[in-house]
Structure formats: structure tokens, C-alpha cells
Design a protein around this ligand. Structure first.
Ligand SMILES: Cc1cc2nc3c(=O)[nH]c(=O)nc-3n(C[C@H](O)[C@H](O)[C@H](O)COP(=O)(O)OP(=O)(O)OC[C@H]3O[C@@H](n4cnc5c(N)ncnc54)[C@H](O)[C@@H]3O)c2cc1C
Length: 143
């Protein structure tokens, strides 16, 4: 959609799936800047440039830009669960293989659960597993 895109990555190399990397490398519109950090965004009402710093050399480069898309890491939105459910160090919910938490009747599925592979297919599978566990749980309440 754009004439040029600059991908700035703080790690020394990109770490995505090989097939996706090959697509990026083959696209002549995409310029890759690894081992670099965005220091500032320049402009007034609109973005005009980004200031990029090369980590090894400390060299600063001003890159003309009309826009910026930020995607830095993933943080679990689970602060509200602290003290209610056991969470791991990253804030993801601890579950067993049935997607059950330590609290009866509360299940977790998808990206939010501990050790999730962060894939659509696994999130869907987790959801099915959690639903079956919920069914089992409800049956225990019947008696
Ligand atoms: C840029 C990017 C690219 C990706 N590419 C792929 C890919 O190619 N293949 C692949 O398999 N996976 C990919 N993924 C991962 C995939 O999107 C996730 O694994 C999947 O969406 C997880 O599903 P989920 O239902 O667990 O979480 P989400 O899809 O994140 O759904 C969680 C929902 O809960 C809502 N929510 C959050 N907090 C609350 C709250 N307190 N109360 C109510 N609702 C709340 C959110 O708004 C959201 O709608 C990608 C992810 C990203 C970010």
C-alpha cells in the first residue's frame, strides 16, 4: 500500500517464521534496519520523520516518514486478576492441560494462558478444551 516501508528492529536480526521472512526480504519496498532503536518521532501535526539510532555504532539516522506503526512485544492484560488467579511472571494465567485454573469454575484459554504458543489454532483448541472442562464442572454442581 505504500511506496516504501522501513522496518526497525532492536534485535540483531528478525526472528519471524522463515516463510514470512522470505516474503519480507523479497519485497523491494521494505527496508530493514536491525540492531537499531527508534529514538524519537519528528513532526508537527503529522509525522515527518523518525530518528533511528544504530545500537553498535551509536550513529543517528533521520528517516523521512509519513506514518508509523508500533508493534513492540505483547503484554498480558491481567492486572485485574492479581490476587484472584495464580499468574506466571509474565502475567499469564496458570492452567493445567484441561485449561482449569486453581479456582473452580474459572478457565483460561488462548494467548492469556501460561506457555501459550500464541497461535490461532492453539487458541481455538484451548477454547474447545476449556468448554469441555466447563461442562464437566457444571455436572459436578448438579448433585
Ligand atoms: C501482529 C500479529 C500477527 C499474528 N499472526 C498470526 C499468524 O499468522 N498465525 C497465527 O496462528 N497467529 C497469529 N497471531 C496470534 C493470534 O492472533 C493469537 O494467538 C490469537 O488471536 C489468540 O486468540 P485469543 O482469543 O486467545 O486472544 P485475542 O484474539 O487477543 O482475543 C482476546 C479478546 O479479549 C478482549 N479482552 C481483553 N481484555 C478483556 C477484558 N478484561 N474483558 C473482556 N474482553 C477483554 C480483547 O479485546 C480481545 O478481543 C498474530 C498476532 C499478532 C498480534
Amino acid at each position: 500500500m505504500v511506496s516504501k516501508a522501513v522496518l526497525v528492529e532492536i534485535q540483531p536480526q528478525l526472528t519471524a517464521t522463515k516463510v514470512l521472512l522470505e516474503r519480507v526480504f523479497a519485497n523491494p519496498k521494505i527496508e530493514i534496519q536491525c540492531g537499531a532503536r527508534i529514538e524519537s518521532i519528528r513532526g508537527g501535526e503529522r509525522v515527518e520523520a523518525i530518528e533511528v539510532v544504530e545500537l553498535k555504532t551509536g550513529k543517528r539516522i533521520l528517516v523521512d516518514a509519513n506514518g508509523i506503526l508500533v508493534h513492540i512485544g505483547i503484554e498480558a492484560n491481567t492486572n485485574y486478576l492479581k490476587g484472584i488467579l495464580p499468574l506466571d511472571a509474565k502475567g499469564q494465567i496458570l492452567v493445567n492441560e484441561r485449561m482449569e485454573t486453581e479456582v473452580g469454575g474459572i478457565f483460561a484459554a488462548g494467548d492469556i494462558r501460561h506457555n501459550s504458543p500464541w497461535q490461532i489454532s492453539t487458541a481455538v483448541g484451548d477454547g474447545a478444551t476449556a468448554a469441555l472442562s466447563l461442562q464437566r464442572y457444571l455436572l459436578t454442581l448438579k448433585d
